[in-house]
Design a protein around this ligand. Structure first.
Ligand SMILES: [Fe+2]
Ligand SMILES: [Fe+2]
Length: 180
């Protein structure tokens, strides 16, 4: 979280049920314009990311080499995810500015119903599985060091980063679910 707008985002994201619109009430217009500024920054990043993806795809499609294509495609999938994430952030911020909840906004854990307990259990199980996966990848790295100039090490490393990210996501979800 950057220093700019951090407080506002904290407020917007902190709530459970109504972490949008109404929570802006009572705050000065200065804070609102801060959120507006942040929204614009994210929006600029969103379109930048879009162009970025286009360039990667172009190069990947032009190449006749399967390794080049494969590696660039890995980046393209990630960039598409980044684009989706940035889009979700923008929609959420816009929703808070207009006191609405756009369909693609992501904030607040509500409508969990009976699924909540099961979800809590699942997050616990998945965190364990992800961590076991990381251990497994690390073992595989040791044994694949000498293959294809480190290609497998690169790919395994990438999966370890992903798994670490999954643990972080699950951990976040688990903490918020406990509070919900
Ligand atoms: Fe990106
Ligand atoms: Fe995973």
């Amino acid at each position: 979280m950057g220093n700019m707008g951090g407080v506002e985002i904290g407020i917007l994201m902190a709530g459970g049920n109504a972490a949008y619109g109404p929570e802006m009430a009572g705050q000065g217009s200065t804070e609102i314009s801060e959120v507006e500024r942040l929204t614009n920054e994210f929006q600029a990043h969103e379109s930048q990311e879009g162009r970025f993806i286009g360039r990667y795809k172009e190069i990947a499609e032009k190449s006749n080499n399967p390794l080049v294509k494969f590696l660039l495609q890995l980046i393209v999938s990630d960039e598409e995810k980044h684009h989706a994430v940035t889009h979700a952030i923008v929609s959420t911020l816009k929703g808070s500015l207009t006191w609405t909840r756009p369909e693609d906004a992501v904030t607040g854990l509500y409508n969990l119903g009976e699924g909540k307990e099961e979800l809590l259990r699942l997050t616990k199980d998945f965190i364990k599985l992800e961590k076991e996966g990381i251990t497994e990848y690390k073992k595989l790295i040791k044994n694949s060091k000498h293959y294809y100039q480190g290609l497998f090490v690169l790919l395994l490393d990438a999966m370890i980063y992903d798994s670490e990210k999954h643990v972080e996501i699950l951990d976040f979800l688990r903490k918020r679910l406990k509070e919900a």
